[in-house]
Structure formats: structure tokens, C-alpha cells
Design a protein around this ligand. Sequence first.
Ligand SMILES: Nc1nc2c(c(=O)[nH]1)N[C@H]1C(S)=C(S)[C@@H](COP(=O)(O)O)O[C@H]1N2
Ligand SMILES: [Mo]
Length: 390
Amino acid sequence: MNEEKFDRRTALKRTLKTGMAIGAATSLSPWAMPALAQGEELVTFTDMPENYRRGPAMPGATHFLDTREISSFYTDNEDFYVVQHYGQPVLDLDNYKLTVTGLVDNEKEYSLSDLLARSQVQIDAGFECGGNRPDGLFQGLIGNANWRGVKLKDILQECGIKPEGKEVVFFGGDLGTETIRETEVEQSFARSLPLEDAMRDENLLALEMNGEPLPQFHGKPLRLLIPGFYGVANVKWLTQIHIQDRRYMGRFMGRDYVTLKKESIGDQERWVENSVTRIHLKSSIIRVTRTGNQHKISGFVLNDGTDLRSVEVKIDNGPWQEAQIDPQSSKYSWKLFSLNWNNASAGEHTLISRVTDINGNVQLTREQMPEKISRWENYGQFPRTVMIEA
Ligand SMILES: Nc1nc2c(c(=O)[nH]1)N[C@H]1C(S)=C(S)[C@@H](COP(=O)(O)O)O[C@H]1N2
Ligand SMILES: [Mo]
């Protein structure tokens, strides 16, 4: 994408925010302020608890977005959700090294200045946690940002992958104690990719997020970014890349972030386990606003980067109506959409969205979702209810 365009937009957004902060009325909830245009009001979701608030972003804690707040293409670094399983390690930047080991012609190490001196690329990418869900969170484990860094492919090629190298493992600098067969072992957070997926041109070793050095919460100083994959793929505080000839079976590939669901295998129905990888086709309504008598329904789409055909919204038992997709959207970004809702009548209404990709795949309804035992990969249609005031 165009670097200049991004910087200008960021600057503009910052000006708007500062301008608003000056006139901010303290009686309004903090999230309501920056999200709304002049004269625009939020319409109440009746499916949300009245006192629903996301927690503040706290060091070391998990943090999610109030999705009613989403009103801009890029999520501020402080608002972008935060998830990690072993706490947030503080890496010593002066002695920081990214090492590349295993089945390579040349094992290498890269200091932070080595990485910063290389040519950088940027990409817009949005993702959600594999555990994101409607219930309780209202899809808040989500964000969209501009990422800048070094292409993963360039580093792998520079080290030279040996023909036996099949799997690329990414280790974070965070350590946790896992009990495996009644034995306590210390393990780093780690994820892996088959070599073919690791070599995708869009994969990034990200040093910057929205024009700033990667914040501590989001993996300072370096994180992996695999566009189109659930958040768990994007290893934060990245310290080592290891190439091996077999699958990596660590907790976050083999035991956790593993979905168990019913699938047809040939002519047999079987329970199948899979690691959480590519983002399933998903849309969700996140806010409804009113300006005078005009209402607007907004939402987001996330998927694995496959082109879309349409996003549609249904009001009560009406027809599916095609929504407008934000023209800033790109292959791996989230796609915000909106639909003008004319002549909304007073009372409670049910709203639902569905997205269809270019191959004709339609987002599944809750009833069509496969029978699934796990809290991962919640991509079914999400009906919302709102109250329109007389
Ligand atoms: N090193 C490390 N990286 C990690 C994790 C972790 O626990 N440790 N959690 C993963 C998960 S499950 C998610 S959803 C994303 C969240 O990224 P964010 O906090 O920047 O939004 O980070 C991923 N990367
Ligand atoms: Mo996650």
C-alpha cells in the first residue's frame, strides 16, 4: 500500500481525536465520543447488558474492544485487542537477537538494527482471536492495523532451506510451565507453519504497527504476521525461527487452539480435530446509529483474504439488502460495511448480516454450523436486536 496515504490518514485521525478531546462532555461514556459524527446517536442493542463495558487496557491483562466503538478503518494500538497466554515478556532490546536454526544452509542471527536496516514493506491486516465470539464479548477480540516490517520469505531464503525442511516453527520469548503427562515442563509460546505457508509473499516479521514501533502489548520488538490467519498465528516477542522435517506438536498447535468438530470423511461422519489456522468467512453487525430519522447499520467482515461477492443485511423478516463495503478495504484487512436503514419503525427489531465470497460460499447460520466441541472458530451469523425509539 501507499505509505504517504497512510501517514496522512493517521495524522488526520489524530487531529480529529485531539479536537474532540477538548470538547468532550464528561457525562458521555468514553467510547461514545470518538465514534460518533455530529448529531449521530448510538441506538441501543437490547441483546447487550445495559452496563456492558470492556475493561481498560492493563499491562499483562487481556483486553478487548467494545465493537460499538469501531468507526475507523485502523484500530488504535491501545484499543486493538490484547491476548497472550504466558504474560508479556520484556525483551532486552540491546541484546535482542532473532535466531534462525535447524534445516538451513546457514544458521543466522539478526539483531534489531540488522532487521531495521533491511528493506521494509507494509500491509493492512485485520484479525481476530480464534476464541472470539458473540456471547459476552460481542466479537471484541478483533482489530485492524497497518503493519510494517521485513518479509519472512526473504529471511528464510537468505538462510537457505534444506530440501528436508518441511515445517517452520516460530518461538516467542515468553515462557510458561505446562503439565504434560504429570510432568511440569517449561515451554515457550510457539506456533508452526508448513514451509509452503511460511513462504507466502505477504507474511511479515513486523516491527511497526500503525506507524509506531510495535507496542509492548503487541510483541515488542518483533512479531510474526500471517495475514488471513487467526491471531494465534501471529507470534509476539518473536525470538527464534526453527526449520524441521516434521510437524510441531506444542500446546498451541496440538492441544490448545484445536477445534473438535463433526465432518464427513468420505462416507463416514467423524469427529475431527484441527489446529486453528485460516480465518473462516465471517461478518457481524457491530453498531446501529441514528442521525435525525435516518438509521445506519454497520459491521465488519473477516476472512482468509478470498475476494468477496457481497455482504447483506436482513431486517426482521425483510429481504436481504446489499450493504456498502468500505472502499479502503484490502485483501487482508477487515472490511467494514454499512447499510442505510430508511423508515425504521419504533419498537424492537432483529438484524442479521451474512457475507458471500467470490466462490459462492455463504456465511453459515448458527443452525448450519458444524457440530463443534470447542470454543474456537465462531463464525456463524450473529442476529442482533435493537430498540428504535418512537
Ligand atoms: N508470544 C506469544 N505470541 C502470541 C500469543 C502468546 O501467548 N504469546 N498469543 C497469540 C494469540 S492467541 C492471539 S489471539 C494474538 C493476539 O495478538 P494481539 O495481542 O497483538 O492482539 O497473539 C498471538 N501471539
Ligand atoms: Mo487468540
